[in-house]
Each structure stands twice: as structure tokens, then as C-alpha cells.
Design a protein around this ligand. Structure first.
Ligand SMILES: *Cc1c(COP(=O)(O)O)cnc(C)c1O
Length: 443
């Protein structure tokens, strides 16, 4: 069938194998449902091919109010970071020194910026923070002991569990303290001649409350100094700017030897793992990391490098408002209320009823647990879960959230310039439900 004239153009466009597969699927469908004529069959094969050729990765509008939404790609990039991707997409001077014409180091493109931004002495960027921690433990602690609090043996999304990473690195994990309480003396007692490092893991995605005690980084530093072992700090979210009670990169650099954190959490850049050091033992350690064979296996690609460079330059220039994550984190509730009010009016004009209800946004992505960001939600009138589904299946898809049995939109995480599209998408979603859009829910 594939050799018949109606399919020639499709073979040109999609390749023979895909056309054959689509015909097979169509014929199978006809066997189950109804047999159609040749014209209709080729039309349906074409529709199948077109549907399967639309990219699986699509832009969505995040109206969930979760800023670093793991399922939605964590940090949205700034405009200049997005533009930098296009530059890196072609040929670039990734590993060429344009002055001398000699081979350059891709790592050097970022190291200088990172040193300036964080006032540190050594910097290395790898694929993500999980890789950064694995690399640090492997290169610095393999075959030796690493002391870590039982309260910090965390799992961070999916399969990043600290004990597993430790095993993979070949370092021997020495657990101290209990889930809720660890004291400085616990670390002190655990240090032996085989100890390579103390590891602090920022419990970034949960909070232990009640009868708890943990050791401050400065107390851990004292123990590490006394015994001349490294202090490695897995900071996770990596706040470049102070926010809530999140530990900052600056504070960590002051006290620990090697600091690691993600590029796509509070930093607001692309997925990456940043490894920084300011003090002598850490600086030497980071050099060791960059020469380790594993560093090559987890190195960053040129697209990441380009987007990260752009993000770091915006931070250096103090243009925090141009970085979506920073803007969203700091957006005043009055601004959100104004935007919500505007949307509500526009929706009303299209026959969609809604009400404004105070609520909370979340940093998400395992950052700032328990830190509420007051917001103003738009609660759409209508069946909550059916509305949320219709929005998610729309074009562009809109991710809402259900709260108190209402489908709610949080303006905080909707990017600049997406307002009109969002209004259109809401109107369309309400219409697909079939019910008259302005059948106000009576109480
Ligand atoms: C998020 C996080 C990680 C994992 O970072 P990725 O960049 O997602 O690989 C590791 N440790 C901590 C403490 C984290 O918060």
C-alpha cells in the first residue's frame, strides 16, 4: 500500500518506515471499528503521521504557583539565557581561544564569572548537582570515610538518595546522631585517621520540627579544622541572594571547603551542578575534581554553558528582575492581586466566572520548605478536576492547581507576556466542558 500514489508525498515527508507503521496502525484500527475507503484511509494515515510528528516537548503555561516545578522543567530561563542557546546551537568558540587561536578550556568560560559572582577561588560546573556530589565524593573520599548526620540522609526526588550516592562513589559512609538530633560531639567522636570529610547535606525539601537538634555549619567547620579533614557542603538549592532562612552560597563558601548546588533551582539557570571553593584545601580539591575522569563523563554541554553564562552575567549586573525565578520569588502580593483582578475582569467579559481567593505559592523544587509566599488565586467557577484536565489538554496546555475544590490559577508563575494566551486557554477549556460558561455556581 505504501507504494500507492497517495502515500508518495508522505514517504517524502516522514520516511518510508514511519508511513508503513502508520498504515499498519490504520488498518488495524479499521479491523476493530469501520472499514473506510481508500481516500479516507490515506487521509487518516496522514493525520496519524502529523499527530505523531508534533514534538512531545511542548511549552506549557505554569499557573500552579509552584515556581521550581520539577515536572515542568524547574527554573524557566531568562530571555537572554534562551537567546544564548541559539548562539551555542551553531559553531561557537566553545574550546577555542579566539585571541591566540589555541585550544581553550570550556570550563574557563564559566569559571571566571563564577569566581567574580561568588567571590571564590575555584569553580567547576558539571551536569547537575547529583553529579557534582558524586564527583566530589568519588574524587576526594573514595576508599575513605565520610561522616554524615542521620538527619541528613535525604532522598531528593526520584533516585537521588544520599546513601546510594555514597555507595556509588566508593566512599564509606559513617552515620552519626539520630534522625532528629545530631550534636557536634557526634562528628568529633566519629572522626578517625580514615576520615576524608564531613558532609553536610542541606535538607532542602523537608523540615524536621519538634524535638530536634542539628549542628551548625560553623560548628562542623570547627570539627573539620581540628582534625584536618574536608568539609563538603551539599547546599542543593544554592541561594545566591538571601531569602527566608535558606542558607546562602556566600555563607557556605565562608565556612566549608567544597560547596555544591544546582543551577536550576534558586539560581534560576539551566540544569547544572556548580562546585565552588574559596579556601585553600577546597581550591586544591576542586582542581582534583576537574582532572578526575568522572568529570569528563558528567561535563556540561554547550547549550547549558551558554544559558548558564547568560544567567550569571545577569546576576553580576544585578539584573535580578530579568531572571524569572528571582522575579517570581520576590513578586509582591499587591502586584499579583492586580494581575489576578485584571484576568478576572477579562474572563468575566468572556462569560467565565471566577473569584479571587488568598492563597500561597511555593518555591518548589525542594527549596524553601515551609516558606509560604502569600499570593492571590483566581478560583474558576465550575467542576474543579474537569476544568484542570481541560486546561492541561488545551493549547497551550495550562497547569492549574486544585484548592478547596476549586480549579485555581496563580499569577505568580505565569510568565510575562503569557496573560492573553492564558485567558484564551481558560475560555476554551470552559467551553469544552459544554456547560454554559456563566452558570454561576449557586450555594
Ligand atoms: C536538588 C538537590 C540535589 C540534586 O540536584 P540536581 O541538580 O537535581 O541533580 C542534591 N542535593 C540536594 C541537597 C538537593 O537539594
Amino acid at each position: 500500500m505504501v507504494n500507492q500514489p497517495p502515500y508518495a508525498a508522505l514517504v517524502q515527508e516522514f520516511g518510508r518506515a514511519q508511513v508503513v507503521e502508520a498504515i499498519r496502525d490504520q488498518v488495524a484500527a479499521e479491523r476493530k471499528d469501520e472499514v473506510v475507503d481508500d481516500d479516507e484511509r490515506s487521509r487518516r494515515v496522514s493525520a496519524r503521521l502529523r499527530a505523531s510528528a508534533t514534538p512531545r516537548l511542548r511549552r506549557v503555561i505554569n499557573a500552579s504557583g509552584v515556581i521550581l516545578h520539577t515536572n515542568l522543567g524547574r527554573a524557566p530561563l531568562s530571555r537572554s539565557a534562551t537567546e544564548a542557546l541559539a548562539v551555542a546551537g551553531g559553531y561557537s568558540n566553545l574550546e577555542l581561544d579566539l585571541e591566540t587561536g589555541r585550544r581553550g578550556e570550556r570550563a574557563d568560560l564559566l569559571a571566571g564569572l563564577l569566581k567574580r559572582l561568588f567571590d571564590c577561588e575555584a569553580a567547576l560546573v558539571v551536569n547537575n548537582n547529583a553529579a557534582a556530589v558524586l564527583l566530589a565524593l568519588t574524587a576526594l573520599c573514595k576508599g575513605r570515610e565520610v561522616v554524615v548526620s542521620r538527619g541528613q540522609l535525604v532522598e531528593i526526588g526520584g533516585s537521588f538518595r544520599m546513601p546510594d550516592v555514597m555507595r556509588l562513589s566508593g566512599a564509606r559512609m559513617v552515620e552519626v546522631g539520630t534522625t532528629n538530633r545530631t550534636r557536634a560531639a557526634d562528628y568529633e567522636d566519629a572522626v578517625t585517621p580514615k576520615t576524608a570529610a564531613l558532609l553536610r547535606v542541606h535538607t532542602s525539601n523537608y523540615r524536621v520540627s519538634g524535638f530536634t537538634e542539628s549542628v551548625s555549619l560553623s560548628d562542623m567547620e570547627a570539627v573539620a579544622r581540628r582534625h584536618d579533614v574536608l568539609l563538603i557542603d551539599d547546599l542543593g538549592s544554592g541561594a545566591a541572594e538571601p531569602i527566608a532562612d535558606e542558607p546562602t552560597v556566600a555563607e557556605s563558601l565562608r565556612l566549608s571547603d567544597v560547596v555544591t548546588f544546582s543551577g536550576d533551582k534558586l539560581l534560576g539557570g539551566p540544569q547544572a551542578g556548580l562546585i565552588l571553593a574559596r579556601r585553600a584545601p577546597g581550591v586544591e580539591a576542586v582542581r582534583k575534581l576537574s582532572r578526575h575522569p568522572l568529570a569528563r563523563a558528567v561535563r556540561i554541554d554547550k547549550l547549558t554553558l551558554a544559558a548558564l553564562e547568560a544567567t550569571l552575567r545577569q546576576r553580576l549586573a544585578g539584573r535580578l528582575d530579568d531572571i524569572p525565578v528571582e522575579r517570581m520569588l520576590r513578586m509582591p502580593v499587591e502586584e499579583i492581586r492586580r494581575r489576578a483582578g485584571l484576568w478576572s475582569v477579562k474572563l468575566e467579559e468572556r462569560g467565565v466566572n471566577s473569584s479571587l481567593v488568598p492563597g500561597e505559592s511555593a518555591a518548589g523544587g525542594g527549596s524553601l520548605p515551609g516558606h509560604a509566599l502569600p499570593t492571590m488565586l483566581i478560583a474558576l467557577a465550575g467542576p474543579a478536576s474537569r476544568l484542570a484536565t481541560a486546561l492541561r489538554r488545551g493549547d497551550p496546555p495550562v497547569i492549574a492547581r486544585i484548592e478547596k475544590d476549586a480549579c485555581c490559577l496563580d499569577p505568580r508563575t505565569v510568565l510575562r507576556g503569557e496573560d492573553e494566551q492564558l485567558i484564551d486557554a481558560v475560555e476554551a477549556a470552559v467551553k469544552t466542558l459544554g456547560a454554559p460558561a456563566n452558570s454561576r455556581r449557586s450555594l
